[in-house]
Design a protein around this ligand. Structure first.
Ligand SMILES: Cc1cc2nc3c(=O)[nH]c(=O)nc-3n(C[C@H](O)[C@H](O)[C@H](O)COP(=O)(O)O)c2cc1C
Length: 369
């Protein structure tokens, strides 16, 4: 039914307009108690066996919403109502910024992909922190806060920019993510080099510890699929050295491999980050590499081209404790998370593993036998 609706309505609309329209409906439904209760019961049924503990947090399941969908933390309950077990808001930057000029979001429907060059359009960390502080949650959802660099701030001043966001947002974050991997802020991805990443992550850790007392806010870093394998290893080693809690793999790619000859060449040529089905293979490969390097010492979050339960299951077997999705939600619609939960529960029941936790990284352990 959603596919028909998508083809008749959303597909004919500008993708960003369609996003805001769907967003308004989701927020409206979440503010209407009867509808909210009904939709949550339908779309977010709980499977006891999928309960997940990660980063010292308890979640109903392993599957969450990737960053970029709810940049300003306005739809946390709405997305939770649709079955996402954790919601990563952001990317939030220290200062409010409009992002790149429109058009900046493109659908590659035959390839089940998106290209975006949004450029961190967001209201800024002060406004988002105020919204989070004022929030009365309806659903008890884990909220991750993803932070990035303000575009006009030069690379040399990036640390102070991230620290300013950390100071405002860390107390509202169940976990904090340092995003150094979006392709749409010039120079951002250079921060993935360990000589830049070490002082950045150290400063964010210190700032979080300074402003949040009484608990330790888990800190993760989100990396690009375009990193060379040795650089993936270097980030993994650095994360261990600095006592980080996890790594999110991966963001969108600037590569255009994996695109069939299906989408129009003009669309494929749009600059920005490619997400969805074409990034699946590389995201999984990066995850496998990370797990081989760090094993259970870090929480790995698998994201990139997760379209269905089988994809989510493959990420878990490859070493992901948590899995996220964004692009496939656009194509699959409101039943996306529900289908993943149902399929994961079935796969777990048919597997040799008693719990999801046991399945995490099982593929790697098997290979080692
Ligand atoms: C329109 C759009 C905006 C995004 N914005 C962000 C962002 O602000 N911060 C971030 O860390 N990732 C952002 N992402 C990347 C996603 O979080 C995710 O890492 C990536 O899309 C791969 O997952 P997917 O194939 O399930 O979409 C964005 C993705 C899309 C499609």
């Amino acid at each position: 039914m959603y596919k028909l609706f998508f083809n008749l309505v959303f597909k004919r609309m500008d993708p960003e307009q369609a996003h805001y329209m769907a967003f308004r409906w989701i927020r409206l439904a979440a503010r209407t108690p009867v509808l909210r209760t009904f939709l949550a019961a339908w779309l977010a049924p709980r499977h006891k066996e999928l309960r997940t503990e990660a980063l010292g947090l308890r979640m109903h399941g392993p599957f969450g919403l990737a960053a970029g969908f709810d940049k300003n933390a306005v739809a946390i309950d709405g997305m939770s109502m649709l079955g996402f077990d954790h919601i990563e808001i952001g990317t939030v930057t220290a200062r409010a910024q409009p992002g790149n000029p429109k058009k900046r979001l493109f659908r590659l429907v035959p390839d089940r992909a998106l290209i975006n060059r949004m450029g961190f359009n967001n209201e800024g960390s002060a406004a988002v922190a105020a919204r989070l502080a004022a929030r009365t949650p309806v659903f008890n959802t884990v909220v991750g806060v993803n932070i990035g660099k303000t575009k006009v701030v030069p690379e040399e001043e990036a640390v102070a920019d991230y620290v300013a966001s950390t100071e405002r947002l860390a107390r509202h974050a169940d976990y904090l993510v340092v995003n150094v991997s979006s392709p749409n802020t010039p120079g951002l991805r250079n921060l993935q080099a360990t000589e830049s990443l070490r002082p950045l992550l150290t400063a964010v850790r210190e700032a979080a510890d300074r402003v949040v007392t009484g608990r330790r806010v888990p800190l993760l870093v989100k990396i690009a699929p375009d990193l060379a394998d040795e650089d993936v290893d270097a980030v993994a080693d650095l994360a261990l050295e600095l006592g980080l809690d996890g790594i999110i793999a991966t963001n969108t790619t600037i590569a255009r491999e994996g695109l069939g000859l299906k989408s129009s060449p003009a669309l494929v040529k749009e600059t920005g980050g490619l997400s969805g089905a074409p990034v699946k293979e590389r995201s999984l490969e990066v995850l496998r590499r990370l797990y081989a390097r760090v094993g259970d010492r870090l929480v790995l979050v698998g994201v990139g081209g997760v379209e269905n339960a089988e994809d989510a299951w493959q990420r878990i077997l490859a070493g992901a404790t948590l899995v996220q999705g964004y692009s496939a939600f656009i194509y699959e619609g409101p039943f996306y998370a529900r289908a993943i939960h149902k399929g994961l529960a079935a796969r777990l029941a048919n597997s040799p593993y008693a719990t999801l936790a046991e399945a995490v990284g099982a593929e790697n352990r098997k290979a080692a036998l």
